[in-house]
Design a binder for this molecule. Sequence first.
Ligand SMILES: *Cc1c(COP(=O)(O)O)cnc(C)c1O
Length: 426
Amino acid sequence: MSKNAEVAENIRTIVKAHHQWMDECLPLIASENVTSHAVREMMATDLSHRYAEGQPGERYYQGCTYIDEIEKLTKKLGRQLFNAKHVNVQATSGVVANLAAYTALGRSGDTMMSLHVPDGGHISHSRISAAGVMDLKVKNFIFDPREMNIDVDATQKAILVEKPKFLYFGGSVFLFPHPVSELRAAADEVGASIGYDAAHVLGLIAGGQFQKPLKEGADIMASSRHKTFPGPQGGILFTDSDRLKEKIDNAVFPGVVSNHHLHHLAGLAVALAEMLEFGEDYAAQTIANAKALAEALYERGFEVLCEHKGFTESHQVLVDVTHHGKGTRVAKALEENNIIINKNLLSWDRLDKSVDPSGIRIGTQELTRLGMCEGEMEVIAEFIKNVVIDDKSVKQEVIDFRRDFTTLNFSFTKGQKAYEYIEFGD
Ligand SMILES: *Cc1c(COP(=O)(O)O)cnc(C)c1O
């Protein structure tokens, strides 16, 4: 074997080790998911080599006969699943979808109102990322950390003072539906549009188990497609507005995307079909699991946020671990035991504390895909307590526990191994 062939082989070995590790872990990162074999098959096709700039039937390149068919079908499934008049399936990530939404809703120098990052806003809602790239002025929603939601009265007043060009709801810490309908009148009073970033909760919206942003007054819903929605990575945008449809399409291409990752497009079509079939049950079980896990952690002495509101109405659980050595220590200790979560800023953290924030964020969507239910959440809460509070190692117990949950639920291909490494041979 040549030296270069050895390097290539070594990469394969490393990736296989990653697969093996994932198969022995509890995947609890709130922004991740695992795709079905049907979706992964699409991602490994010739479509990954092709270009299809423009809209179906109006491409700039030849060779798009079947790609046009796929894209039209994907859009039809998207409109159907989300009950939306228009959909754009060409954004290559959630941040790119946001950038396109900003372009459709405003122009540089305009004021956007969104969540501050420690309150749960995504970095792309701030000036260090996409909002800064577009040179938007950013004002923040007034946040009530006890309720873990936007303070409607205070924000109403702020909207009337700041007169933003548009509001941008949604976030990366997202326990409860945002007050879109409640703030629509204030937005109208100052002529502001409304965008909604559904990246975290798209799968819950698809399953009809969270709010319906477009029906509540959002003009655009922009999103990634790989968090609670178990699709290939990428972005997606929806609107019911005929006025905004073309603006969105042009903002994506040629605005911020040239080619739109056609293997992920085909995978998205399959994921949309899966969610039409299984989305309601999957989303309901994901939320039930989050509530069960929150309750079980709370009973074991953890400071789980929002006990007075039933902890959560999404896939997420937020825990203040200040008294357990803070976020960094807790996240690392859990990782050593194959329990994968992330440390997270809480409202009372300052932005410069992101290296060692007070909280951890846990998501139940991937465990739900693996077929876990409320009973398993009790077991996992006990593992977490053993590690964080009792300083005990549970790595082997976690590996043994995971052996009963190796296949993927809510998929057309029954019995499929969730983290299988797909081989093409030599
Ligand atoms: C994850 C996330 C994004 C970014 O999605 P990418 O596909 O990683 O670019 C945007 N908005 C919110 C609210 C997110 O949580």
